[in-house]
Ligand binder design. Structure first.
Ligand SMILES: NC(=O)c1ccc[n+]([C@@H]2O[C@H](COP(=O)([O-])OP(=O)(O)OC[C@H]3O[C@@H](n4cnc5c(N)ncnc54)[C@H](O)[C@@H]3O)[C@@H](O)[C@H]2O)c1
Length: 499
C-alpha cells in the first residue's frame, strides 16, 4: 500500500458477480464505476460500445477507473468486469485492497445474459471470456469471495482486516480464512469472546504466547496417538476445570491432530462451542483446518468417531512452517499433490514443476478444498474426491497402529496405489518422482499387505454390505468418486507398494 493513501476496498469480478451489491454491503456510499462512466459518457455502456467499439470504451473506462483509484480515500469501489484488462489499472490496484467476487460461468450467464450487455449476448464467447479473465482476477485478489457468501458477514470480517493478510471466504459455515506471513504477530483475532487454547506441547511452546490473552490452556502430547476418545475426555475435563462456558471459544493451535481433536471437543463441549483453527503444519494449512470434519480414531479404524463442526475462522501464518521438521513438511506435501491433482490447471502445473509450500500453493489448495466442501458439506458425494489416496492410505495407518507412518506419508503411498488403480501409469511415475524428491517413501516396508487389505474393507466410504468405493483420477482436474475396482487389482496395487 502506497504511503499516504488510504486504501479503498475495490470489488472486481466477472459480469453478474454482484460487485455493486457487495461493495454497498461494505460501504453504502460505494462508488460504482459503470454508473459513473455512463454519466460521463452521457449514454449507456451498451450504446457507447455499439457506436464506438470496445477499444474506445476501454480507454474511457481506464481513464475513469484510474481517476477513481487515484482519488480514493478508503471506502469501497465496484469496477466493471473488464476493467482489469488494463495493465495500468492492475498497477494502480496495488495501492488498494482488491476483492474478487468469484462467480462460476453458469451463474454469471444466468444473471448477465441479455441485450443490455454487449459481451453477454453470445454464450460461447461469454464462457471463453470468463475463463480468460480468471488469472487476472486471481493475481490481483487480496480477497476471494465466492458467489453465495453472506455479504454482511464478509463486510464485518473486512472491517477488521489484518495487515498484509489475504482473505478466502468459506461458504460452508460462512467464515473467513485469513492467510498471511506474520499474521500471528499482528494480534488479530476474529472473535471478541474469551479464548481457550487447545494445542500440543511442542506447538504450544513455540506459538501459544502469540495467541494471548488466553483464558485457559490445554496441551496434549504431540502425535496421532493423541487422537483418541480418551484424549478428548482429557480436553473436555481441562476445559471444564478452566471454567470455559458456551459463550467462550476454543483456539485450536497445531497440526491436523490438534485440529481434529480440538474441533471435535468444541463440537461436543456443552453441545458445541465455536472453534478458531490456527493450523501450523502443511497438512493442516492446505487441508485439515477447513471443511469442518473433526474427530478421533478408534484402534480398529481411523476417524471413526466425530462430528461436522465448521470453524468460526481459520488463521494461517505460513511463517510457522519454518519450524516444522522436514519430514512433517514432506508429509504435508502429499496432501498438496493430492489437492493439485484434484484441482488440475494452474495449481497442478505449479506443483508438478517443483513448488512445495509457497503462498500461491497454499492459497490454491485452500481455494480448491473450500470449493469442494461448499458443494457437498456432509460428504454425500462430490466431497469424497478429497479422499483421493486415502482409502489405502488410511488402511496403511490402521494396519500399522498409527505409529509407523505419518498421515501424509501414508497418503503418499495411498496416492500411488490410487494412480495405479486409475490406470495412470505415466502420472504415477511422475508423482512418485515428486515424492522421492521430497524424501517421501514410495514403498511400504515391513507391512503385511493382508492387514492393509483387511483395513481397506473397513473404510468409512463403504455403505452397508457394498464394496468399498474408490476415488480415481482420469486426468489432473478430473477426479471421480464412487468407482468400483476389482479386488484383485486392489491386491496388486497394494502388493506393488510392498518392497
Ligand atoms: N479433518 C480433515 O479434513 C483432515 C484432513 C487431512 C488430515 N487430517 C488429519 O490430520 C492429522 C495429521 O495432521 P498433521 O500431519 O498436521 O500431524 P500433527 O498434528 O501430528 O503434527 C505433526 C507434528 O508436527 C509438530 N508441529 C506442528 N506444527 C509445528 C510447527 N509449526 N513447528 C514445529 N513442529 C510442529 C506437532 O507437534 C507434531 O509432532 C491426521 O490425524 C489426519 O487424519 C484431517
Amino acid at each position: 500500500v502506497a504511503q499516504g493513501v488510504a486504501p479503498a476496498t475495490v470489488f472486481v469480478g466477472f459480469m453478474g458477480a454482484g460487485k455493486t451489491t457487495a461493495a454497498r454491503a461494505l460501504d453504502p456510499d460505494a462508488a460504482d464505476a459503470d454508473a459513473l462512466l455512463e454519466r460521463r459518457l452521457g449514454t449507456t455502456i451498451a450504446e457507447y460500445f455499439e457506436r464506438n467499439g470496445e477499444p474506445a470504451f476501454r480507454a474511457e473506462e481506464e481513464r475513469l477507473v484510474l481517476e477513481l483509484l487515484e482519488r480514493a480515500r478508503g471506502g469501497a469501489i465496484a469496477l466493471g468486469g473488464g476493467a482489469l484488462t488494463s495493465s495500468r489499472v492492475q498497477d494502480a490496484l496495488k495501492a488498494h485492497r482488491v476483492v474478487w467476487l468469484d462467480v462460476d460461468a453458469d451463474t454469471a450467464w444466468r444473471r448477465a445474459a441479455g441485450p443490455q450487455r454487449p459481451l453477454a449476448r453470445d454464450e460461447q464467447r461469454f464462457r471463453e471470456l470468463h475463463a480468460e479473465r480468471e488469472p487476472a482476477y486471481l493475481a490481483a485478489a487480496d480477497a476471494i469471495v465466492p458467489d453465495g457468501a453472506d455479504l454482511q458477514k464478509v463486510a464485518a470480517a473486512m472491517r477488521d482486516w489484518p495487515p498484509g493478510a489475504r482473505l478466502l471466504w468459506a461458504l460452508a459455515g460462512q467464515h473467513p480464512v485469513w492467510i498471511g506471513r506474520g499474521l500471528l504477530d499482528t494480534g488479530h483475532w476474529p472473535l471478541p469472546t474469551r479464548r481457550f487454547l487447545v494445542s500440543d506441547g511442542r506447538v504450544a511452546r513455540l506459538y501459544a504466547d502469540k495467541l494471548e490473552p488466553l483464558a485457559g490452556r490445554v496441551s496434549i502430547m504431540p502425535g496421532e496417538q493423541s487422537k483418541t476418545v480418551a484424549h478428548a475426555e482429557i480436553v473436555w475435563t481441562e476445559l471444564a476445570r478452566a471454567g470455559m462456558t458456551r459463550a467462550d471459544h476454543v483456539a485450536a493451535l497445531g497440526g491436523g491432530v490438534v485440529g481434529d481433536l480440538a474441533g471435535f471437543c468444541a463440537a461436543t463441549y456443552q453441545r458445541g462451542v465455536p472453534v478458531v483453527q490456527v493450523p501450523t503444519t502443511l497438512v493442516a494449512q492446505v487441508d485439515s483446518a477447513y471443511g469442518g470434519k473433526t474427530g478421533v480414531d478408534l484402534p480398529e479404524a481411523k476417524n471413526y468417531v466425530g462430528a461436522y463442526h465448521q470453524p468460526a475462522a481459520v488463521l494461517v501464518d505460513p511463517a510457522t512452517l519454518e519450524t516444522l521438521p522436514s519430514e512433517e513438511l514432506a508429509a504435508g506435501y502429499a496432501e498438496v499433490v493430492k489437492t493439485a491433482l484434484i484441482a488440475g490447471g494452474e495449481l497442478w502445473e505449479r506443483v508438478r514443476s517443483g513448488a512445495i509450500a509457497d503462498e500461491h500453493v497454499i492459497v490454491g489448495c485452500v481455494r480448491t478444498k473450500l470449493r469442494i466442501v461448499a458443494a457437498d458439506e456432509r460428504d454425500a458425494g462430490p466431497r469424497q474426491i478429497l479422499n483421493l489416496g486415502h482409502t489405502i492410505g488410511h488402511a496403511i495407518e490402521t494396519a500399522t497402529g498409527y505409529a509407523r507412518y505419518r498421515h501424509g506419508e501414508a497418503v503418499a503411498l495411498g496416492l500411488l496405489a490410487a494412480l495405479r488403480l486409475s490406470g495412470q501409469d505415466a502420472l504415477r511415475t511422475e508423482v512418485a518422482a515428486l515424492f522421492a524428491a521430497q524424501g517421501l517413501a514410495t514403498q511400504l516396508t515391513e507391512v503385511d499387505p493382508d492387514a492393509v487389505l483387511g483395513a481397506v474393507a473397513l473404510d468409512k466410504k463403504r455403505l452397508g454390505e457394498g464394496p468399498v468405493p474408490f476415488v480415481l483420477v482420469r486426468a489432473p482436474g478430473d477426479v471421480r468418486h464412487g468407482e468400483q475396482v476389482d479386488p484383485d487389482e486392489v491386491r496388486a496395487a497394494v502388493g506393488e507398494l510392498v518392497a
